[in-house]
Design a protein around this ligand. Sequence first.
Ligand SMILES: [Zn+2]
Length: 284
Amino acid sequence: MWRLTTPDFENPRANLLAALTFIDGTVLHPLSESEHSDILKLYADYDNNCGQPAAHLKGEHLSEALRLALYNAYKQVQVGGRLADYRSGLKLLAELCPYCGYGAVTDLDHHLPRSKYMAHALYAKNLIPSCHPCNNIKRATAGEVPSAQFSHVFLGVHPVEQFLFASITILQKGVRVVYSVEHVASLDVDEYERLKFQFETLQLNDRYGPQINIFLGGLRTSVEECGAYGASVLKAYLARAHASHCKNFGRNHWQSVLLMALSISDEFCSGGYKTCFGQHRVVI
Ligand SMILES: [Zn+2]
């Protein structure tokens, strides 16, 4: 769960004109000066509302023809469209999907759904680089209350402190990890509701299972080597790995959160780690 740097490279007017004109120069919708300023005003309202759903952002004062033209013009931002560079630039804002923190960025998700907020179909801050599974699960989610909304990847206000936690249970064979979003002191109550709803909607506890296996498998050699020297050595290694992940991905990335939980687990560090790895035999 990440916040991304707000896109600042956009040229709304150029993008609007390109999207509203066919390649042979035929104008799909002639954009008047007043329509252009109405759209920019709507974009400013979007920013002021931190991108969260609101009736006034639907742009119902714009003509239906203009709203429909903007809705249809999104085709030019899709693969093979005339705004392919715009699409690529937006996708490059994220190294990995900011919703799950592991998926490859293949899609642009409309934070406010295109079907209901047609006037924002092309707005850069409404286009969230994401993986296909997250985009597909989220679909047109945009409830009226924070407990039915997603946190805004560009405009959401996240605290600097950790709000995602993992609880670890060592089993006879394997380790169970359960993540939860907690209402820490510096997390705004509405934002807490959004993050909690988002985490549950995206089914991240289920989806992280295979990713955790892969991630822990990558740490296997270091964990086993440090663990052989005792729990304190393994704890120190995991604490260093946690600090390094925080620097790269932030303290609320699922890997950072997992490393933190493992580094303070007496059970894991005193030998419980041995149950976490699948059996393997070297055959060559
Ligand atoms: Zn994702």
